[in-house]
Structures are given as C-alpha cells and as structure tokens.
Ligand binder design. Structure first.
Ligand code: ATP
Length: 630
C-alpha cells in the first residue's frame, strides 16, 4: 500500500475536476491565441486567465490546464486516448447539427477543419430553448469518460455523449470542442508556454495570499519559479500533483514537496552526442568520469511499489510492464525485508539464453508491445541497470554517481542473463577507452555512455540532456556524432521504380519554444521497397489538405502531399550545413540548418512527435562541427 499524499488524485474521484467556469471563457481565450503569434502576448493572456479563474476557486486550475494542454491526464495514465475517427466525428456533427453526411464531407474537403465545420453548422441551427451553458469541469469530465468508454456499443455511447455537448455549444465552443475531441487544438500553444504561464499565475496567487501588493514580479523571481515548476514536473510529470503542491505549499517550496516517488515515472536524464574520444577527454579533463557500455535496447525505468508490485516505464513514461512478463524485480533484490520501494534506471536488451549474449535491437523489436503472455515470450530480455534513483522513499538523485552505484550494488544482486549491471571502466587513457569502445561494439552495444562520476555534476538530472552524460556511438562517429529523429511532414510522389508509393519525404525538427516543426531536409535514401510500401500505407490516411500553421517551410521545398505529424524517422546525416531552403534553427541563423545526404535508418516507434530532435539540438550539432568551429 502506497500512502497517497494530499496532492495526489484518487483514481475514482472525479470531484477534483469540478469547475463551474463557463467553457465559453476557455474557448474565447483559445480563439484569441489562435489569432496571435507573439509568445509573450500568449503567456500574458494565459496567465491572466489562470489568475482570474483561481480567484473564483483554485480548484478550477486543474481541469482548465488539462484543456489548455489538450490532454486528459498524465501521460502515464493508461486509457486516456480518445481515439475518435474522423468518420465518427463527421457522423456525430451531421446528426446533431442537422447537416447531411455528404454536406459535411464536402465542406471538410474544402476547409479541412472539422472544428470550423461544427461551429458553422451549429451556429445556423435554430434552437427552441437556450441550452444550459457548458462548464469546464463538465467538458473535461465528459472527455475523460469518452476516452474510457470501451466494449459493446462504445461508439454509440461516445457519439451520444458528444452530441449532448454539441447541442449545448454556442459561439466558438463547437470549434474547440471538436478539435479537443480530435486531440489537436491547432492554436500554436506549446506546453512550455503553458508551464511558464502557470508559474506566473501561481506566483501571483501566492503573493496575493500573502497580501503582497507587488504585482510586478521581478524577473529573477519569475525565472526561479519557472525553473521550480519545470523541475517538479520532470520528477512528477503530473499537472494535478504539481499544481496542488504549489497551491498547498507555495511554488517556491515545490522542490521540498514535489519530488520523485515510486509509481510515477520521472523524465529520464539524457545524453549529449560526441564525435570522438578526444572530445570526451576534453570535456572531462581533470574530472573523474566513468564509461559504460551503451546497450542497444529500450530504456526501462523499473519501479517497485510498497505493495510489492512492479512497474516498468518506457523512455516516454508509458507503462510497459505488460511487455515484460518474465521480469520479476523482487528476484533481483538483495534483501526483500529491507527494500520497500525503489526506482532503477535500466536498459532492457534482447538476450540469447543459450549462448549467453546480447542480441541486436532488431530482435527486441520483434516482441509484441502489449498484452504479452509469458508463453508468447520467444526472445528473453536482460535488464542492464545503470542507476538507482530512489530507495525506501529516499531520493538519491542528488548523491554522486559513485554513491548511487554503490547503493545499487548494495540493494540489488546480479542474476546472470536476467539482471546485470552496465559494464563499466574508469580510465582517462585514450587507448584503453578506444579498446573499451571496440569491446562494447563486439558485445552488440552501440558504443559508450561516458558519465561524470563524482561531485554535484554527477547528480541525476531528470529530463535534462546533460553534458555530464556523453554518448559516443561507434556507427555515427563519421557524421555529426548521432542520428536525428525527425518528423515526417510531407511526401513527394515516387517516379520510375517507386511509382505508386512515395519516393521521398520532407522532414522537420521540433521547436520546443514555439511548438512549430521546422523543415530540415528531403529524404529519399535508405528505404527498402517494402518499407516504402509500408510507409505509403501508414502515412496516406494522415494526409491533410495543406500545411499546418505550425509547419515552417520554404515554398521551394513544398511536397506533393502534407501529413498530420504522427511519425518520426531516425535519420543519419553526413554533416549539417546552412541552406536558404530549410528552416531548422532559423531563429539563430538567417538561414536554416539542413542535413546533407540524409539516410533513413528506421521509424522511431517509441517517441512522440514532440520528442523529435529539437531545433536547439540541431543548432548545437551544427555548431559543434569542426569546420564550423574553425
Ligand atoms: P536521444 O533523445 O538522446 O536521442 P534516444 O532514445 O535516441 O535518445 P540515444 O541517444 O541512443 O537514445 O541514447 C540514450 C539512451 O541510451 C538512453 O535513453 C538509454 O535508453 C540508452 N542506454 C543504454 N545504455 C545506457 C547506459 N549505460 N546509461 C544510460 N543510458 C543508456
């Protein structure tokens, strides 16, 4: 039994989502934001609105924030995908707004936005009685109920619920209700912007509680508050807990009360790429560092809860426990009486039991992702642990890596082929490191992870791509040091042998500040015929009528078809150069950064589109190239 802190939601209690704020007010704010592009102005509008609703009741903030970020709960909570097909929504709009299906389809072809269509249809519909206005709490709870409706007649039940809301919609409400149901708000509101707005509002809320009259928050205080809320969210990626904790203890005390805990996947620490051992040695000069094999599998954050249950979370915080029925963490714990709960950071790797060796990533990816029965398991996995983050509610992330390693060895035990520690070496000798790198590759690893071992810089930094962890991937040493994960934004029709499929794709990185996708290359190399066929089948249903407002591109690189951003390609590049045609990082340079000779490696199934390589990362990779530095 894990005691719940006061900030934590109880799963069956919908009461904390109550809010009487009229839904129309939220929609008016969305409408305003849709029409402007200045981020500062958007932050002002959002934080003013958050302050206003908190003045009525601070409870309003949670469902409202979820509507703003267009999500129904934390990412790790299962069963919150709305999964409503276009057809179902068209049918619902048609039936509740008195338009025929063919009228709706025709209009959709014309304007490509079901939200606008629903609003148009709803607003010309005669109504006998003025419907009861929708509230934020009601809409949010209904959206959650729709997502959770399953089984027999679920489509019908979902339609009924949507119709009830649509009939109550007025003004711009139908537009945003339908877009929320499609899980795409399309107003250019990045999550980072919402976090900043929230911190501003919560800070002012704290001050008003203290009767402070100072309405102008000094910049440094605001920045500290932003940092605190970001840090808390990286350890506890749950808006409800973070907001409640702010309301209870004050935003400036978040670091004391809102910290990682077993049962909630924290955002993992990430590494920066490097291109040579020398670069690593330069970075860690005079420091004690350790090098570990970089295993080629899937990140597995393993949690043991007080009630003895185990959960394994993916790099993105998805609960993947069902994927690994053969793993029992309790088998790997030294003293079960002394360990009530813990969090480990590991890599799950395919393992050849007979030969006692690691198998390549491709073998792991043949395993089913969900509902795996023990009898289905043909390819076993071995966990390679490289960190421990929490033990018996004690947070270990602010201990040095050396201390955490000792801790790990104290509370867990190796079971060969099932649970092992990452192979490591402590040396600053170039030849030894070169040999260790070669060994790692001979053991089916990708290369090395080189980490600061002692001092504050060796603390575990949730979510951060840190220079205290460097990755050295053997295959990419000739390029920019790493592969890139880019979002597919459009495609060009294939010619010759590729007729009937797409022959090339337009790719973009993700700008985390603006929420935009910035184009950075066309790619046509590295695809097998089967892959092209598969991509054609996968992407064609995601075609949209034109580029989205969040696509930043040059007309000279316009593709034949545009896609809804859904898929990431992992891509290799010879190097990066500046180009007038592409837009990646164009806020930094006049031109954009583009990939030279990009080659497709694989689809990244384990990352969402917002986890694409960021514009900042591309700029950094570009600037780190020796010819640019010189
Ligand atoms: P990124 O966003 O950094 O590109 P990625 O998912 O593409 O992330 P890589 O860049 O290949 O991953 O490298 C980081 C990943 O390497 C970690 O997320 C982890 O899954 C894996 N890994 C393997 N061995 C180790 C290790 N010894 N220490 C830390 N991470 C390791």
């Amino acid at each position: 039994f894990t005691p719940r802190t006061e900030e934590e939601p109880s799963p069956n209690d919908n009461d904390h989502y109550s809010s009487n704020i009229p839904y129309s007010e939220v929609c008016e704010v969305f409408n305003k934001i849709e029409a402007i592009s200045s981020r500062l102005e958007i932050i002002r509008i959002c934080s003013d609105f958050f302050i206003k609703i908190m003045q009525q009741s601070s409870k309003n903030l949670i469902p409202t924030t979820y509507l703003f970020i267009n999500r129904l709960g934390p990412d790790y909570e299962a069963g919150l995908e709305l999964g409503l097909g276009e057809n179902l929504l068209m049918k619902t709009i048609s039936e509740s707004c008195g338009k025929s299906m063919s009228q709706i389809k025709l209009k959709y072809k014309e304007i490509g936005d079901l939200g606008e269509i629903a609003m148009g249809a709803r607003n010309v519909q005669p109504t006998m009685f003025k419907p009861k206005p929708l509230t934020v709490g009601e809409v949010f709870k209904n959206l959650r109920t729709i997502a959770k409706t399953q089984g027999k007649d679920s489509q019908l039940k979902k339609m009924r619920q949507i119709k009830r809301m649509l009939t109550a919609c007025q003004g711009v409400e139908a537009k945003f209700l339908i877009r929320s149901l499609e899980s795409k708000l399309r107003i250019g509101l990045a999550e980072k912007t919402i976090l900043i707005s929230l911190s501003k509002a919560l800070l002012l809320h704290d001050q008003s509680r203290e009767n402070s009259r100072d309405k102008d928050i000094p910049m440094d205080v605001l920045e500290t508050a932003q940092q605190k809320i970001r840090d808390a969210f990286c350890q506890v990626p749950n808006y409800e807990i973070v907001i409640n904790s702010c309301l209870k203890h004050g935003i400036m005390n978040l670091d004391k009360y809102c910290t990682l805990r077993p049962g909630i996947p924290l955002k993992p620490m990430l590494a920066k790429p490097t291109k040579a051992i020398n670069e690593v040695l330069d970075r860690f000069q005079g420091e004690t560092f350790t090098s570990e094999y970089k295993y080629d599998g899937e990140r597995a954050q393993v949690h043991l809860l007080n009630d003895g249950t185990m959960r394994i979370y993916s790099r993105n915080g998805e609960n993947m426990t069902e994927r690994y029925p053969e793993i029992k963490i309790t088998d790997f714990i030294e003293d079960l009486d002394a360990t009530k709960n813990l969090i480990l950071d590991c890599e799950a790797v395919a393992w050849d039991k007979e030969q006692g060796k690691i198998l390549p990533f491709q073998v792991l990816s043949t395993r089913k992702r969900k509902d795996v029965e023990l009898t289905d398991v043909k390819v076993k996995v071995c966990l390679f642990a490289f960190d421990i983050l929490c033990h018996n509610d004690e947070r270990l992330i602010n201990q040095s890596l050396r201390e955490r390693r000792d801790y790990l060895a104290k509370v867990t035990k190796v079971v060969p082929g099932e649970f092992e520690y990452a192979t490591q070496i402590i040396t600053n000798n170039l030849d030894e490191l070169q040999k260790f790198l070669d060994d790692s590759v001979n053991h089916s690893c990708e290369g090395l992870m080189v980490k600061m071992l002692e001092g504050p810089e060796s603390h575990y930094e949730p979510s951060k791509r840190s220079r205290n962890w460097l990755k050295l991937k053997k295959d990419y040493l000739d390029g920019v040091g790493d592969s890139l994960d880019l979002c597919v934004l459009g495609a060009y029709y294939g010619r010759g042998k590729r007729t009937g499929t797409y022959g090339g794709f337009l790719l973009g990185c993700y700008n985390q500040d603006t929420g935009e996708f910035e184009t950075c290359c066309k790619i046509g190399t590295g695809f097998s015929d089967e892959m092209l066929q598969q991509l054609h089948e996968r992407l064609t249903p995601t075609i949209i009528d034109g580029p989205k407002a969040t696509f930043v591109f040059d007309s000279s690189a316009e593709p034949d078809v545009w896609f809804e951003p859904t898929t990431l390609f992992e891509v290799l590049t010879a190097d990066l150069s500046l180009s007038p045609i592409y837009k990646a990082g164009s806020a930094t340079f006049d031109k954009g950064v583009s990939l030279r000779f990009p080659r497709f490696l694989r689809i990244r199934e384990d990352k969402g589109v917002e986890d694409a390589t960021s514009s900042d990362q591309i700029v950094e990779l570009y600037e780190n190239q020796s010819h640019v530095q010189n």
